[in-house]
Design a protein around this ligand. Sequence first.
Ligand code: CU
Length: 175
Amino acid sequence: MASMQQAIFTVLIIASGLYQDAEAVTHIVGGATGPGWTFQANDLTFYDTWASKESFNVGDVLVFNFNSTLHDVLEVSTDDLKTCTTPASPIQRNLTSNGSLTISTSGTHAYICGVPQHCTFGMKMTITTVGASTPNTNSTNPAGSKAAVGAIKSPFFTFNLLLGVMLTAIAVATV
Ligand SMILES: [Cu+2]
């Protein structure tokens, strides 16, 4: 009996673990009561400072609140961010106000406003996902494996939860 209860406990722990991992967090860039995505000419590292206090995971969503007649947001390479270069084909782009971009891989991600000169006035931010050791955008191994794991978690969560409930019911019935 003890071993069965142990097994049930294990299943429930796994199910709850999957639930927490699958839960995506929405981050309001610059803070919920912050300035949104705009010029930071007096503090060029404003968004990096904000990001350093946040925990980012794959699947999380970044919400960039901005005036879409003035700004946009692009995900670019870290090299493009360093030189404030607006690439012709950014990794991701959102031109709408409240533009959100999803963190789809582990590692480091760089964001800029694509309007000329805006990056140099502080509209730039670099983030790194939790647990990513190398500050390198194209570290294929951790990025690939983590993304793959993330993709299969959600559909399996329901299955695992149901399995846990079922096993608990069986345990209650047989005790
Ligand atoms: Cu801008």
